[in-house]
Design a protein around this ligand. Sequence first.
Ligand code: NCD
Length: 304
Amino acid sequence: MEFVKDLISIRDLEKKHIDLILKKSSEMEQALKEKKKLSSLGGKVVATLFFEPSTRTRLSFQSAAMRLGAKVLSFENVGVSSIVKGETFSDTIRMVDGYSDLIVVRHANEGSARYAAQLADHPVINGGDGGNQHPTQTLLDMYTIKRAKKKIEGLNVTLLGDLKHARTMRSLMHGLGMYGANVTLIAPKGLEMSREVINEVKDRFGAKVEEKSKMDFSGADVLYLCRIQKERFSDQYEAEKVQKEFRITADAIKGVKDDLIIMHPLPKVDEVAPEVDQSKYAYYYEQARMGIPVRMAIMDSMVV
Ligand code: NCD
């Protein structure tokens, strides 16, 4: 089955595309376990262009590409590239398109990955464009949920945190709606998910979405939280104020379902108390590990 030429937004994918990645990710996980040598990207060059900070997304893309036999090209940081001399984003993409067979790009501007895909002949994968989309994170989140719970449909999933600015949340909300999960949204005041995103998911998939203000996770199968996205606030004082107040403590997870999993795209800042971190519910390190098989599955499905 054909995947997509460029992976820019989860909104561009159909269920058959996501099903393909979920199935292939499990095959990749198995292949990794068996230490199989894979070579579907043998002789190819993958470029990772990260104009915004990253640990997991960049490193797991690089590791996944190498595990498929590709070589990786990257600037270690933007400060040593010609961006500091004033080179434009579009010129950088045009150049790198000539040096590589697949480009993974992260940039603070919403729409930057789509723009890169228009400029490049080779496939482009969005590693996060501002507060907009983070499709590969969503695919790995969905894979993690399905792997742990054996299904997505009918699960009660609570999304908690800065739902206004987090691209991980926007993307995941769409994926969950498409697969029939019941979504509960809890955000600090002023950081609620945009109406547009909620309405789209409701209209397209008839998804059940509930908004709550209390930190009550009693019916949840999955609690997915994220940090306050400080860099997307115009007022840093405001961001720090919310960050200080927003935290899940041991009290907040009293009375939760025994098999609840707590997910987080990471990085965590102060929002998770150490007792929660050490609880049996914490599932984020396992989740982060899934970045490798899922990103292998994604690149393997693209025509490189
Ligand atoms: C996220 C991101 O960059 O959007 N990180 C990630 O890719 N795992 C989450 C975040 O920065 O809060």
